[in-house]
Ligand binder design. Structure first.
Ligand SMILES: [Zn+2]
Ligand SMILES: [Zn+2]
Length: 168
């Protein structure tokens, strides 16, 4: 998705940008994502002298693999987008300036959009808060079936303590 200075610089009220994008790298690099997109990108862009301010939202369907029960489930990913670009050579920008220095007329927004998607991903997706996961002994999905395995999970640090209280 390209943003061009020439499309924005003479519009006092800014411009609206819409696109529908795929993010194949995000999909490829995250095993817990089964499908992603298309992502609707809605942006409002304003130019004030040498600075472009871009605000908006990303939203679209996503399918995760639950990190506990390994079942695929659908969800929606939504993320705000907010960046400022400034037309100066990087070495002329103050170190504390959070604006992104750019040169040339066109800015490729894709890497910045991709970054927002990555930040919006859960560290460990779960199909539901109460997902019971798979039985570590027999492997059944404990959301769907009940087994009789003795699979009480004891924290290894507490295991020795448990022996103290329950000597064999
Ligand atoms: Zn689950
Ligand atoms: Zn079991």
């Amino acid at each position: 998705m390209l943003l061009r200075w020439r499309d924005v610089h003479d519009k006092p009220n800014g411009v609206e940008l819409y696109d529908s994008l795929e993010f194949p790298n995000v999909l490829k690099e995250n095993r817990q994502i089964i499908s992603l997109g298309p992502i609707d990108v809605q942006l409002h862009v304003e130019a004030v002298s040498d600075t472009l301010t871009v605000n908006g939202n990303l939203k679209g369907p996503i399918t995760y693999r639950c990190s506990r029960c390994l079942t695929d489930f659908q969800d929606e990913i939504a993320a705000p987008f907010s960046e400022q670009f400034v037309r100066v050579p990087p070495d002329e920008l103050d170190a504390e300036d959070e604006r992104i220095p750019v040169t040339g007329d066109a800015i490729d927004l894709d890497p910045y959009l991709e970054q927002e998607i990555l930040l919006a991903l859960p560290y460990t997706p779960v199909c539901q808060e109460a997902c019971a996961g798979l039985c570590p002994v027999c492997g059944i999905n404990r959301n769907e079936q009940v087994c009789t395995c003795k699979a009480e999970r004891i924290d290894p640090r507490l295991a020795d303590l448990a022996k103290l209280f329950n000597p064999e």
